[in-house]
Ligand binder design. Structure first.
Ligand code: SAH
Length: 198
């Protein structure tokens, strides 16, 4: 169902990972019929599950491989974290921070149900990152920030990649930050529309 994502430059590896996670299990029952459409959907608390093409593009730009340690800001439904967990494999770990406790609980239930054991959910403010388990090979925010929160850059390992939408309510750019031993490189990927990091 995600074959069209190849036109966005999404690889077979990422498409296969997405096909292994049933998006229907991550949306409220009243939207079950729309679960396989390439659109964002409401998940309650004013939040949305991202459109599949956005999940694909972000997973692609993260250049994920087996065994990596990933931090996600904005667990939401847990769908993106579940796809990340497939891409880092059994030897990898996904830490995910959600500010709405009810969404975090629901996501934890879904991971249990699906037997996903390498995703660790935390309730908190993602602007602080998750220092306890830093550094991370990859960090991805699924909500936009006005400015890149410095802790996210601090908690990135050398050679690490951070993806984060930056902007305001009207216009946001997906930024890619690469941390090297020489410093920080920043790239703009594409215009995006996300909910705010509160
Ligand atoms: N990755 C999610 C999409 C979530 S939408 C999915 O696959 O479904 C963005 C999420 O970020 C929302 O659930 C919202 O509650 C959360 N969020 C907003 N501000 C946050 C913050 N400061 N820290 C952590 N999570 C935050």
């Amino acid at each position: 169902m995600y074959e069209h994502l190849r036109y966005y430059g999404v690889s077979e590896r990422v498409i296969n990972a997405m096909n292994m996670v049933d998006r229907k299990l991550f949306v409220p029952e009243e939207f079950a019929e729309s679960a396989y459409l390439d659109v964002p959907l409401p998940i309650g608390h004013g939040q949305t599950i991202s459109a599949p093409h956005m999940v694909g593009i972000m997973c692609q730009k993260l250049e994920l491989s087996e065994g990596q340690k990933v931090l996600e800001i904005g667990t939401g439904s847990g769908y993106n974290a579940a796809v990340l967990s497939v891409l880092v494999g059994q030897t990898g770990k996904v830490y995910t921070v959600e500010i709405v406790p009810e969404l975090a609980e629901k996501a934890i239930e879904r991971f249990k149900l699906l037997g996903i054991e390498n995703v660790y959910v935390f309730v908190g403010d993602g602007k602080e990152g998750l220092p306890a388990f830093a550094p991370y090979d990859r960090i991805v925010a699924t909500c936009y920030a006005k400015r890149i929160p410095p802790p996210l850059i601090e908690q990135l390992s050398e050679g690490g990649i951070l993806l984060i939408p930056v902007g305001n309510e009207y216009a946001q750019t997906l930024k890619k930050v690469v941390k090297t031993n020489a410093g920080i490189e920043e790239f703009s990927i594409t215009s995006v529309r996300f909910v705010p990091m509160v």
